[in-house]
Design a protein around this ligand. Structure first.
Ligand code: NAD
Ligand code: UDP
Length: 338
């Protein structure tokens, strides 16, 4: 019998790519999603790509009875926990919603897991927990810095909750994955990132400018202490990220306790380099203007991925060009939203 994973937030951007990866690796998949930022259509596409069926449950991680029912009806081997809200700006204006959904939601999920004797968890954290890193590349040993948003603090708080669970309950196997900047889409062009309204992130914004949905990209600052003055980030292909989850689950299977891994490429690119790469991949020119720095942004942040490479036997292999090519293919298949 195949092992079964519960993927919370599996109708969203990263969770849907992970669902494909796990189905293709022979796992059975149950997705729990409240569709606040995902859709059933995405899940149908996951089935089309992987040519396998899965169980989709519309529900909320904060709904205890829903969680109880899922764990009693399914023999769940492990939980991949993607469900959460992710807009930095929204978290500043509505912090309680973020703490309730991301922190309290995770507490409910862990309680239900404990009750059901399901103690393998892979959690979606973020490089945002490093704040303004004191050095680059950033390794897992770097102290987590002062955080500039409730979103970042919600990730950091969940990490602490999980540390406490691991300390109190040795039977748990927990992977905290700190993602750098996820980008790109599945090469089929069937699933990708679908921001609601104007995108906050660089690559979806560039894609929409290239598609003619938006007039101009605002480049937030060209006076950072970086080679061309624009911000530098470690962009990682969403499929490399998805594969990192598979390796992480296999690794925690062998070792109990809590483990933290950076998922990044180890290479940073500036905003101007990303624009150029996208122009080459799409054959379109990107209209951009230099604006003031965005509040809360750091100059540069890229990963030291050595720990993940050594302990997970995993490496991000896909190039910036592949990320841009796949992001553009997905964009061309998408319809405009608000
Ligand atoms: P996403 O919004 O595309 O996917 C999240 C999914 O979770 C959505 O389908 C949404 O409907 C669902 N969801 C939200 N709250 C829920 C709840 N209470 N109950 C059930 N379902 C719920 O986001 P994503 O980009 O795929 O991110 C996945 C995870 O990775 C999030 O936890 C996010 O914070 C984290 N992360 C994302 C990035 C990024 O840049 N995309 C970077 C670092 C970390
Ligand atoms: N950025 C930009 N214009 C945009 C969105 C982002 O210049 O419309 C820059 C941002 O200042 C940062 C980089 O692109 O240097 C990546 O930003 P993003 O929001 O994608 O990810 P972050 O690292 O902030 O989570």
């Amino acid at each position: 019998m195949n092992k079964k994973v519960l993927i919370t937030g599996g109708a969203g951007y990263i969770g849907s790519h992970a669902a494909v990866t796990f189905l293709e690796a022979g796992y059975d998949v149950v997705i729990l999603d409240n569709f606040s930022n995902g859709s059933a259509d995405t899940v149908r596409r996951v089935e089309d790509i992987s040519k396998r069926g899965l169980r989709l449950i519309e529900g909320d991680i904060r709904d205890k009875s829903c969680l109880h029912q899922i764990f009693s009806e399914n023999e769940v081997y492990a939980v991949l926990h993607f469900a959460g809200l992710k807009s930095v700006a929204e978290s500043v204006s509505d912090p309680l919603r973020y703490y309730e959904n991301n922190v309290a939601g995770t507490v409910f999920l862990c309680e239900a897991m404990e009750e059901a004797n399901v103690r393998r968890l892979v959690f979606s954290s973020s490089a945002t927990v490093y704040g303004d890193p004191v050095e680059n590349p950033v390794s897992e040993r770097c102290l987590t810095g002062k955080l500039s948003s409730p979103y970042g603090r919600s990730k950091s708080m969940v990490e602490e909750v999980l540390q406490d669970i691991a300390a109190a309950k040795p039977a748990w196997h927990i992977a905290i994955l700190r993602y750098f900047n996820p980008a790109g889409a599945h090469p089929s062009g069937l699933i990708g990132e679908s921001p609601n309204g104007p995108p906050n992130n660089l690559i979806p914004y560039i894609s929409q400018v290239a598609a003619g949905w938006r007039d101009v990209l605002r480049v937030f600052g060209d006076d950072y202490p970086t080679p061309d003055g624009t911000g530098v980030r470690d962009y990682i292909h969403v499929q490399d990220l998805a594969e990192g989850h598979l390796s992480a689950l296999e690794a925690i299977n062998k070792r109990a306790g809590l483990h933290i891994w950076n998922l990044g490429t180890g290479r940073g690119y500036s905003v101007l380099e990303v624009i150029r790469a996208f122009e080459i991949a799409s054959g379109r020119s990107i209209n951009f203007e230099i604006e003031r720095r965005r509040l809360g942004d750091v100059a540069e942040c890229w990963a030291d991925p050595t720990k993940a490479q050594m302990e997970l036997n995993w490496k991000a292999n896909r190039s910036l060009t592949e990320m841009m090519t796949d992001a553009w293919r997905w964009q061309k298949n998408s319809l405009p939203s608000a």
